[in-house]
Design a protein around this ligand. Structure first.
Ligand code: ATP
Ligand code: LTN
Length: 335
């Protein structure tokens, strides 16, 4: 990896093991992670430190970590090509996060919509970690001098903040960090809940019908699409006031590669029933091979362990260089 860094651009991204990975995570982020592996120097992580900003039940959290690791391998992340580690295994993340906290303003963090949403949803546990979540995310990215960060549209504001922190730090100390660019897909960047299409589809949604998981059986996926909330117009057309249909069209487009116009033509004169069936079937076919590979990985923990250990070792060495550089600039005496 070290030789390649000079030639290839560096890609970094992460996902929280906070539940079963959804179609939103897949279309908004992970599908791009996979596609970028051949061209770039890719570094991916399971953001387990971020996950405890919301209280987790011990056994379930451990299970979620293993399942998320297996799911991402199943989506096609190849540990021979990319690094794929668990954030808490690489000690530099928490260390740089503390430092960056001291270069991040209270006002900036207060403006983050994810903080506002999550503190409203978990009003009994508005902890300091939830508030400073974006500094840890900035640390993740800046440690690897990442050029590009493939994420869904909901992470744009956090990335903007990472860029500001990086620029602020560089403004004081010279060029320490790369200023990362977001990489947000045109299609699938914001998959909405199937039950409330004004809200994003989210792993931690309590309504099981709202979200399609990568591990759902084909008939479950079909059922969820058939029950998806739409409108009473019964015309497959993209437009205002048609959040449910817009969302289904977005999903169908992301999976099949068809444009919105092609989709409108395809379903002209047909009802929502036919359309929902077509969307469901397209998603089932897209996810079928993922689910098959998942079954193989989840039953082979020693293979997963081997992968995450190897990746963490390389990530630790690489990121230590950036951390040392930043600390030296500030004036810390290194050991
Ligand atoms: P949580 O519900 O615990 O906050 P989440 O489902 O929002 O989790 P994250 O782990 O926060 O998922 O996000 C992982 C990646 O998936 C990010 O790049 C994020 O932008 C992307 N993503 C999440 N939800 C969607 C969605 N509904 N549509 C498109 N991309 C999404
Ligand atoms: N906050 C992100 C997950 C995440 C991340 C990152 C994404 C943690 N660290 C670094 C990109 C780069 C989310 O998707 N909710």
């Amino acid at each position: 990896m070290e030789q390649q860094t000079e030639k290839k651009k560096v890609v970094f991204s992460a996902i929280q093991p906070s539940g079963t990975i959804t179609l939103g995570n897949y279309l908004g982020a992970i599908r791009n992670w996979t596609a970028m592996q051949n061209e770039f120097n890719c570094i991916y992580a399971l953001a387990d430190l971020h996950t405890i900003t919301v209280r987790q039940e011990t056994a379930q959290f451990r299970k979620n970590i293993l399942e998320a690791y297996a799911s991402i391998l199943a989506c096609g992340i190849d540990p021979e090509k990319s690094l794929f580690f668990i954030q808490s295994h690489v000690t530099t993340h928490a260390q740089l996060a503390w430092i960056l906290n001291c270069y991040t303003q209270f006002g900036e963090l207060s403006r983050m919509t994810q903080f506002k949403d999550k503190s409203a949803r978990h009003a009994d546990n508005v902890n300091a970690g939830l508030f400073t979540y974006p500094s840890l995310m900035a640390a993740d990215i800046l440690l690897y001098q990442a050029d590009m960060v493939p994420v869904g549209a909901d992470q744009k504001q956090h990335l903007e903040l990472s860029r500001n922190i990086s620029e602020r730090f560089n403004g004081i100390y010279g060029n320490v960090f790369k200023v990362p660019e977001p990489y947000i897909p045109q299609n699938g960047a914001r998959v909405m809940s199937l039950q409330d299409p004004t809200k994003k589809m989210s792993k931690s949604d309590t309504n099981v019908n709202a979200c399609v998981s990568l591990m759902d059986a084909p008939d479950t996926i079909m059922k969820k699409f058939k029950r998806a909330v739409t409108d009473s117009e019964a015309v497959v057309r993209f437009g205002e006031g048609k959040d449910g249909i817009n969302n289904l069209m977005g999903i169908y487009s992301a999976v099949t590669g068809k444009s919105l116009e092609q989709i409108e033509n395809e379903f002209e004169g047909k009802g929502y029933g036919d359309f929902k069936t077509a969307v469901g079937e397209a998603v089932v076919e897209e996810l079928r091979p993922v689910k098959e590979r998942y079954d193989k990985y989840i039953s082979d923990k020693s293979y997963m362990e081997e992968c995450w250990k190897k990746s963490a070792e390389i990530a630790q060495k690489f990121s230590q260089r950036t951390l040392d550089k930043a600390m030296k600039k500030i004036g810390f005496v290194l050991k």
